[in-house]
Design a protein around this ligand. Structure first.
Ligand code: UDP
Length: 325
C-alpha cells in the first residue's frame, strides 16, 4: 500500500514509517519538524515538510490528486505533552483539533479510504476501573486528552457519514527504541528518557511527581508498551479496518509499573544509581492507567512481542548510551 504518515519525523511516527517500509509499503512522511527530526525519517520514505492543516496545498496544485493516490493515512502529527496542554490549551485546540479535523476532511475529499489515528489513554482521565477497556467512560482531565477525544468523535461521524475506514489507537505509555529511533524531545518530560539522561549524568536529579497517590508505593502507575509493538498495531489496523466503521483499540501490555518500578529498572539496566527527589504531584496526572488490550488481541491479532519493561529500557539505553539519541 501507499501510506501517508503525518508526524513521521517524530518518535512513534518514525518507527511506524520504518515498520511500514520493512513490510514493503510505500511511505510519504508529512511533518512540520516542530518537534520531529528530519534524520529520523527512514531512508526510503518520501518527505514533505509542512503542517497537517495545509496537507493538500503543501503537495502543490495537484494536492488532492496526489493524496487520492494513497491507500491510507496514519495520522500521528500532534502536540502531545500533558503538562504543556495544561499551560497552553489553545495550542492543543489549534494543532490537534483544528489541524486533525481539517486533515480528515481533506483525506475524505481526496478519496483516501483508510485512516489510523494516534489517540491516547489520556481520553479516559482518571479511570474508575482498571484495566481500562474501550467502553470505559471518556472523561479527560487535561486538554491533551480532550483534543484527542474530539478527533475520535470526528472519526466516528466521518466513518458513518462518508464511509471512511477509521481506527483510533489509544496508546498507554510508549517506551523503548527501534532501528536507531528513540525519544529525542527538545523539552523532555517523559519518565524513561529523563531517567536515562540522569543515568548518563546529563541531569542532576530525577523528580518523582508525588508519592501520595492511592497506589502500592504511592507513585503513579502506568502501562508501558514498546514503541515497535505500538508501530505493529498500526500495520494491523491499516490491514484490518472496514469501510464505514470506526474502531477503537487500547494499546498496552496490561501490566502496571509505578514510577519507582521504572526507576529501579533503569538502575538495574544501566548499573547506575539514580539521584531521586520526591516533589508534589504534577497537575493532570491520573493515579493509575493500565490497559485492557483484549480487543486489539481479539480483533487485530495484536500480541506485543516485547512486553518486558527491562527490554524497553534496555533498547532505549542502548541507543542513548551510544550517543545516538
Ligand atoms: N514522572 C515523574 N517524573 C518525571 C517525569 C514523569 O515522576 O520527571 C511521572 C509522571 O508523573 C507520571 C509517570 O511518571 O506519573 C509517567 O509520566 P510520563 O510523562 O512519562 O507519561 P504520561 O503518563 O504523562 O503520558
Amino acid at each position: 500500500m501507499r501510506i501517508l504518515v503525518t508526524g513521521g519525523a517524530g518518535y512513534i511516527g518514525s518507527v511506524v514509517a520504518t515498520r511500514l517500509l520493512e513490510e514493503g509499503h510505500q511511505v510519504l512522511v508529512l511533518d512540520d519538524l516542530s518537534t520531529g527530526h528530519r534524520d529520523a525519517v527512514p531512508e526510503g520514505a518520501e518527505f514533505v515538510r509542512g503542517r497537517v492543516h495545509d496537507a493538500a496545498e503543501i503537495l502543490g496544485p495537484a494536492g488532492l490528486d496526489v493524496l487520492g493516490g494513497f491507500d491510507g493515512a496514519v495520522h500521528l502529527a500532534a502536540a502531545s505533552l500533558v503538562a504543556e496542554s495544561m499551560s497552553n490549551p489553545a495550542k492543543y485546540e489549534e494543532n490537534n483539533v483544528v489541524g486533525s479535523s481539517r486533515l480528515v476532511s481533506t483525506l475524505v475529499d481526496a478519496g483516501v479510504p483508510r485512516l489510523v489515528f494516534s489517540s491516547t489513554a489520556a481520553v479516559y482521565g482518571d479511570p474508575e476501573e482498571v484495566p481500562v477497556r474501550e467502553d470505559a467512560p471518556c472523561r479527560p482531565v487535561n486538554p491533551y486528552g480532550e483534543s484527542k477525544l474530539a478527533i475520535d468523535r470526528v472519526l466516528a461521524a466521518t466513518a458513518a457519514e462518508k464511509g471512511l475506514a477509521a481506527v483510533s489507537l489509544r496508546y498507554f505509555n510508549v517506551a523503548g527504541a527501534y532501528a536507531g529511533r528513540g525519544e529525542r524531545h527538545t523539552t523532555e518530560t517523559h519518565l524513561v528518557p529523563i531517567a536515562l539522561e540522569a543515568a548518563l549524568g546529563r541531569r542532576p536529579e530525577i523528580v518523582v511527581y508525588g508519592d501520595d497517590y492511592p497506589t502500592p508505593d504511592g507513585t503513579c502507575v502506568r502501562d508501558y508498551i514498546h514503541v515497535a509493538d505500538i508501530a505493529d498495531a498500526h500495520l494491523l489496523a491499516m490491514a484490518g479496518c472496514e469501510p464505514g466503521q470506526h474502531e477503537i483499540y487500547n494499546l498496552g501490555n496490561g501490566n502496571g509499573s509505578s514510577v519507582r518500578d521504572v526507576l529501579a529498572t533503569v538502575e538495574q539496566v544501566t548499573g547506575r544509581k539514580l539521584p531521586v527527589r520526591v516533589a508534589t504531584r504534577r497537575p493532570g496526572d491520573p493515579a493509575v492507567l493500565v490497559a485492557s488490550a483484549q480487543r486489539a488481541a481479539e480483533q487485530l491479532g495484536w500480541r506485543p512481542a516485547r512486553p518486558r519493561l527491562e527490554q524497553m529500557v534496555g533498547d532505549a539505553w542502548e541507543l542513548v548510551s551510544k550517543g545516538a539519541a
